[in-house]
Write a protein that binds this ligand. Structure first.
Ligand SMILES: Nc1ncnc2c1ncn2[C@@H]1O[C@H](COP(=O)(O)OP(=O)(O)OP(=O)(O)O)[C@@H](O)[C@H]1O
Ligand code: SF4
Ligand SMILES: [Mg+2]
Length: 328
């Protein structure tokens, strides 16, 4: 499968009163067509800034740089605002945590869904309407044709998120970026929406960058995982590898925070990672996780990005190539 998204050394700097906040510190992202990449990490580690940088939606004061940013061979850094706006909505769409940030309260759902299509494709009003009703039905919105006449405030949070999913699919995008789309929903609705996103992603062959702080969500939907910490990707691997051979101490810490069926005693206390994320203002010397890591030592001043296996990297002095473990 060819690479749809190929990002090298992405950085996002935000000027603040206390100095430059380096929210994203040189990360690489690669996503193939039809693949689901999960970006996972604690609050404040730079997940949203990464997604906004990819979509060209950063705050105006933010400064973005990269060695390269390619989307289906298109150099994203060479596009002006108009070029990015053309890509957004037609070939790349975004789903936010709170649907009301994207839905306009003054327009009906039908108008908003059809507008997304009219803005980018030459279709008749009837074709746009048919597609909107079809996608609302596919997204599990009951009485889809009637809902077209309703306004966003007339729907529950779960239904609004289903509408957002339908809207994101209107122009058959190649890539959807979903930033914590289920975090605000209760657990049963969350499970339904995750299943839906996975089903539609497979059905339409859409690549998805799915942002979450929850490894339980990652286990359900990811093909590949990038674990983010303090603006860096500290581990990157196929989902199975992350759970069977976590190779960065931060990833291990995250895994210890989630209950495992058959392992975690019912009623027992789950672990948490002690300490706090370092300030992202200015440079961080050495491993960004050092102030919370029980294994820190002198060598951590320059952690190598270890190739654990051909599809797995980890930025830690304790990461070991799997081949060397097997021959030992
Ligand atoms: N508009 C802004 N101006 C200055 N700093 C910001 C701005 N928005 C975010 N930040 C900072 O950038 C860093 C990365 O934030 P980001 O929103 O990307 O984190 P996140 O991983 O998405 O967190 P969460 O899980 O809470 O959504 C944080 O330190 C945050 O405080
Ligand atoms: S590089 Fe050092 S401080 Fe960082 S996670 Fe690995 S052992 Fe811990
Ligand atoms: Mg965020």
């Amino acid at each position: 499968m060819s690479l749809l998204l190929d990002i090298k050394n992405l950085k996002v700097d935000l000027p603040t009163e206390r100095g430059v906040l380096q929210a994203v510190r040189g990360i690489d992202i690669q996503v193939k067509r039809g693949e689901m990449l999960c970006l996972v990490g604690e609050s404040g580690c730079g997940k949203s800034m990464t997604s906004l940088a990819l979509m060209g939606l950063l705050p105006s004061k933010a400064k973005r740089s990269a060695d390269h940013m390619r989307f289906d061979g298109i150099d994203l850094q060479s596009l002006d605002e108009r070029g990015m706006a053309n890509l957004r909505g037609s070939r790349m769409s975004m789903i936010f945590q709170e649907p009301m940030t994207s839905l306009n309260p003054s327009y009906t759902l039908g108008d908003q869904l059809c507008e997304a299509l009219h803005a980018h494709k030459k279709v008749t009003a009837a074709q746009a309407r048919d597609r909107a009703v079809y996608l609302l039905e596919r997204a599990g919105v009951p009485m889809a044709a009637d809902r077209m006449r309703q306004y966003p405030h007339q729907l529950s949070g779960g239904l609004r998120q289903r509408v957002m999913i339908a809207m994101a699919l209107m122009c058959e995008p190649d890539l959807i970026i979903a930033d914590e789309p289920t975090t605000a929903l209760d657990v049963t609705i969350q499970a339904q929406i995750l299943r839906l996103i996975r089903e539609l992603q497979k059905e339409f062959g859409t690549a998805v960058v799915f942002i979450t702080h929850d490894l339980g969500v990652v286990a359900r939907i990811a093909d590949n995982v990038s674990v983010m910490y303090a603006g860096q990707v500290v581990e990157n691997a196929p989902v199975r590898e992350i759970f069977t051979h976590p190779s960065h101490h931060y990833t291990r810490g995250l895994l210890n925070c989630i209950p495992v069926r058959g392992k975690t005693e019912p009623g027992s206390r789950l672990q948490s990672i002690p300490g706090v994320v370092p300030s992202l203002i200015g440079k961080i010397e050495g491993c960004t996780f050092a102030n919370r890591c029980a294994h820190v030592r002198d060598a951590c001043i320059a952690p190598p990005n270890v190739q654990v296996d051909p599809t797995h990297t980890a930025l830690c002095v304790d990461a070991v190539p799997l081949a060397s473990l097997e021959t030992a």
